[in-house]
Design a protein around this ligand. Structure first.
Ligand code: GTP
Ligand code: MG
Length: 200
């Protein structure tokens, strides 16, 4: 897919404030600092469309970007940044769960996982929660430039076997790097395919 234009539309404090629209939407979620905003910049070939930071918790709102005047990319706040107080049940922020459960034009959710780590409890809990929502999702392993291919394969295998304990089949899996642009074509092709299926 060729990116002809990519523009910032709005920052919303919650689901109810998001743009009213029927056009397809693709959102990026994952732990704080996993690389959601960087991936949006990499996909759109823009350096500062989405704001990035080396400090976790940079993205706090639901940010909409319109691409080619045809579909939205959405940068969500990360989970795992606001720590639950002792004794409190750990939950994902309502801004995230509300958006995922209610956004009717959400065509696919991209769940980002740091390729350098073995399965993290919070990521598994989030993926398991997603199962109850019925939202289509795919996995993207980020920051692959930071590890060797053999270590990546090892971590991916562990992830897949853990997920297969609860899921009958695995969702599509992509690997990416905001530094080398690995995964750009594959992810954009995937979005393009969904967009054209929706038009049929
Ligand atoms: P929050 O908004 O805080 O939830 O974080 P985020 O998931 O949007 O992460 P962000 O894109 O801001 O990136 C966090 C840090 O990781 C930044 O310092 C990025 O430069 C770095 N980073 C992101 N993706 C990559 C990557 O693919 N490779 C490398 N080497 N660094 C990356
Ligand atoms: Mg961010």
């Amino acid at each position: 897919m060729i990116i002809k234009s990519a523009k910032f539309v709005s920052s919303s404090t919650g689901f109810g404030k998001c743009p009213v629209t029927d056009i397809p939407e693709y959102a990026f979620i994952g732990r704080s600092n996993v690389g959601k905003s960087s991936l949006i910049n990499m996909l759109t070939n823009r350096t500062r469309l989405a704001k990035t930071s080396s400090t976790p918790g940079k993205t706090r709102l639901i940010n909409h970007f319109i691409v080619n005047n045809e579909w939205y990319l959405v940068d969500l706040p990360g989970y795992g940044y606001v720590k639950a107080k002792p004794g409190q049940k750990k939950i994902f922020q309502a801004i995230i769960t509300d958006y995922i459960k209610k956004r009717h034009n959400l065509s696919c959710l991209f769940v980002l996982l740091d390729s350098r780590h073995e399965p993290q409890k919070i990521d598994l809990a989030f993926i398991s929660w997603l199962g109850s929502c019925g939202v289509p999702f795919v996995l993207i392993f980020t920051k692959t430039d930071k590890i060797t291919l053999s270590k990546f394969k090892e971590n991916q295998k562990i992830y897949e076997s853990v997920l297969l304990e609860t899921w009958e089949e695995l969702p599509p899996v992509f690997k990416s790097s905001a530094s080398t642009k690995l995964g750009r074509e594959d992810i954009l092709d995937y979005i393009e395919k969904i967009n054209s299926n929706l038009k049929d």
